[in-house]
Ligand binder design. Sequence first.
Ligand code: AVJ
Length: 330
Amino acid sequence: MNVQAALREPQPLEPPESFAADILAGLTAKPKQLPPKYFYDSIGSALFERITQLPEYYPTRSELSILEANAPAIASLFPPHCALIEFGAGSSRKARILLGAAATVEVYVPVDISGDFLQKDAAQLRRDFLHLAVHPLVADFTKAFEMPPGIAPLARVGFFPGSTIGNFEPHEAAKFLRHAGTMLGFGSLLLIGVDLIKDQKALFRAYNDAEGVTAQFNLNLLARINRELGANFNLDAFEHHACYNGERNRIEMYLASTKRQKVRINGTTIDFRAGETIHTENSYKYTIESFQALARGSGWSPQKAWTDGLFAVHALTFEGASKEGAPKDK
Ligand code: AVJ
């Protein structure tokens, strides 16, 4: 069997890890906090999809239009015979723009913690790009994962759209960039979407939409804990809060308890004071220059940045470490 055929074989999907442990750790921490990666169960992913269509939420529209307007220039940076590896691929909508413009991509590897969209999407991609091998991986892309063996002879291009990097603390973002460099190898290209610092009112509105979809998205985290861990969160007794922290250049999202209350999760009781919050997300914003400085500090050399004034797509090449030194990379 050749490489392409081998990659077309269905791959076993591994189950995601310790949701329960992470939730309990976050709710017993002081102050309470929960990891934003758990927003994206199937209901959360559908709510996020609705967020991307809200008039107030510009990042997705901006990034798509930047990718579309600059696809040939972006594709010209792709090496011959390469694999496109997408970190946290929800839907392949953005990757499709690159795949349509870059004829040198032989294998597409979407990596996501949630397998919900991955398989269906992969099947459709194979129909739409007949010469493309699609190899979805269910994995936490912040940790080392096994690359599909078939891509060993190919150059690697990383794709990390959506400003998901904004969810990380800056030192974690730097660590992730180094990790991505190790996974992709020396000389590899990374395309990364990063939301820009801008007018605070526009930022505020993007996370406090009039329809309340962002509030539903935030509250779905508690609904998910109820569904999956048999907890008894009363969704009417928590409310969505989002504000822009201008000192730290980040949107902060919280769920605030409207009253003093107790919640049971798996035999553990969690107490809430009236007004007590669970910190559910940070969404860091960068200037083009502040992001390039972060990237440089992690071994990446900025090649180019495209922007519409609201959002930026950066092209970086890795100069920090050799591919041979990569752990788990055989
Ligand atoms: C997908 C993490 C980039 O921070 O803007 C949207 C998630 N949260 N509305 C963001 C989100 C609330 C989004 N990211």
